[in-house]
Design a binder for this molecule. Structure first.
Ligand code: FES
Length: 151
């Protein structure tokens, strides 16, 4: 369970490791940001709770592996978002290829992920300090929250 380079951000205690493991999915609001903490196959992940595409609630998404990457599948339109990096993966075939062979591609990082660290059974999330706009940021802002409320 390794935090990423976001180590200069503020640590937020989010719970005891045992509790987070038992819950599997936990929702926290940190500094006004809604975060989903996921426990899967021995690892805790943290990412923005609302899907970047149209604000779907990732908390109820299935977890599956695609192209060797563990992804949460948004329950709304089935977009596949990698837990580790927030990349959106999709499968497509190039029609100019004969015969076309479906392959996995990445749309790039669309969902903001956050650092997770553990000390003596206490788990902390460090919010991402990436300054670049990441599409899931929209649903953490006022406009996005209003948009979500309409659906
Ligand atoms: Fe998540 Fe559309 S809202 S796939």
């Amino acid at each position: 369970m390794e935090g990423k380079e976001q180590s200069t951000g503020r640590l937020h205690f989010v719970g005891k490791k045992d509790e987070l493991i038992a819950a599997k999915r936990s929702f926290r609001t940190l500094e006004g940001r809604d975060i989903l903490i996921v426990y899967h196959q021995g690892i805790l992940y943290a990412l923005d709770s609302y899907c970047y595409h149209a604000g779907g609630e990732l908390q109820t998404g299935d977890i599956e592996e695609f192209d060797g990457k563990l992804c949460i599948v948004c329950p709304k339109h089935k977009y596949k978002i990698s837990l580790a990096k927030g990349e959106c993966l999709y499968k497509a075939a190039d029609p100019s290829e004969k015969p076309p062979v479906p392959r996995w591609y990445s749309k790039g990082v669309k969902q903001r992920t956050h650092g997770v660290t553990e000390t003596n059974g206490d788990v902390y999330v460090t919010l991402s300090l990436e300054t670049k706009w990441i599409e899931s940021d929209f649903y953490q802002g006022e406009k996005g929250k209003l948009e979500r409320a309409k659906t």
